[in-house]
Design a protein around this ligand. Structure first.
Ligand code: 6PG
Length: 318
């Protein structure tokens, strides 16, 4: 994967930003702009995929007879507070109904869940279904069995994915291929429910695992989460993050290895797993995160959207 380190000054210290060729970075002025741009991006990708003729993408992909007009789409939704506005926007536009009208069979999944009852205030399922406000048919969303013990729920959810989704081989493990996988990011660099200091980020022999985050994480409840190989295999990874408290994690995400060697304090191992992604990676962050991470000439927050891709003239090369 070619990468094109760009030299930027971060408050006078030399630092390198390295955006792999399959990454696209968008920096938005506000959290509302971030939600609007993310909604537009997900709708654009989904509609584009929905328009494409279906391939024999049933469970194992090669033996099932192609279903002529029905395209199956698999979107993994993220928990946390940042994506809520996106889901509310989907509900307002009846986006999912539009997709279905395009003769696509839509499947919504959870990239990770907190093992609490669906009615619980910390439930990702509650956040998602409340925000989507019934703007999708009941059978579209695949729920995690939060009443079961976490390990059992993780195994069942993984089996469901492998049964209903196209798969690919990652290191000898059959992994479901999501069309879009939506992710958030915590200040500690966690994504989905792959938390630093646990075994979950390193798990590569399973599709879903359990994870009990450390004492500083709120809510500190057990989670079921997809693993790194699932994130790496997704066709489109859409990472959205807002808030200055995530600036260091963002630096740890975009910095080159050389910069990390100079600035070990930026290293957030979990979020670096995005560098293993084979598909397109869309990073959408707000000004509060990106401010100060780029050289003033390419300071990306002067009331416009900055798109930075490899080799893009973001003024960093000077
Ligand atoms: C969860 C999430 C988690 C989330 C980040 C960011 O269930 O907590 O899936 O990975 O995306 O913690 O959360 P915020 O969007 O609330 O900052």
């Amino acid at each position: 994967m070619s990468s094109n380190p760009s030299r930027c000054s971060v408050s006078g210290q030399a630092a390198f930003v390295d955006l792999p060729a399959n990454w696209k970075l968008r920096v938005l002025p506000t959290a509302d702009d971030l939600a609007a741009e993310s909604t537009y991006l997900i709708e654009t990708i989904t509609c584009d995929l929905a328009r494409r003729p279906s391939t024999a993408d049933s469970a194992t992909g090669d033996d099932a007879a192609p279903v002529p007009s029905l395209r199956k789409l698999h979107l993994a939704l993220s928990g946390g507070s940042t994506p809520k506005k996106i889901y509310e926007s989907f509900a307002r536009t009846y986006f999912f109904k539009q997709v279905l009208d395009k003769k696509a069979e839509l499947n919504l999944w959870y990239g990770d869940v907190r093992m609490v009852p669906d009615a619980h205030a910390d439930s990702n399922a509650r956040m998602v279904t409340t925000a989507l406000d019934g703007s999708f048919p009941d059978n579209v969303i695949h729920a995690v069995d939060v009443a079961a013990p976490a390990a059992e729920a993780a195994a069942k959810y993984a089996a469901q994915m492998l049964e209903l989704m196209p798969t690919t081989d990652v290191g000898g493990v059959a992994v479901p291929v999501f069309d879009i996988l939506l992710l958030g990011m915590g200040p500690d660099g966690h994504t989905a429910s792959l938390f630093p200091g646990t075994d979950a980020p390193a798990a590569r022999d399973a599709v879903c695992v359990t994870c009990m985050p450390g004492p500083d994480v709120k809510p500190r409840v057990e989670r079921v989460t997809v693993t790194a190989p699932v994130i790496e295999a997704a066709k489109h990874v859409v990472l959205i993050a807002a808030g200055a408290e995530k600036k260091e994690a963002f630096r740890g995400l975009v910095a080159s290895d050389a910069a990390l060697a100079e600035h070990k304090e930026w290293l957030r191992p979990v979020i670096r797993l995005l560098r293993g992604c084979k598909g397109a990676v869309h990073l959408l962050v707000d000004k509060a995160i990106a401010e100060g991470c780029f050289r003033s000439k390419c300071h990306p927050v002067d009331n416009n959207v900055i798109e930075a891709t490899t080799g893009a003239d973001n003024g960093a090369a000077a």
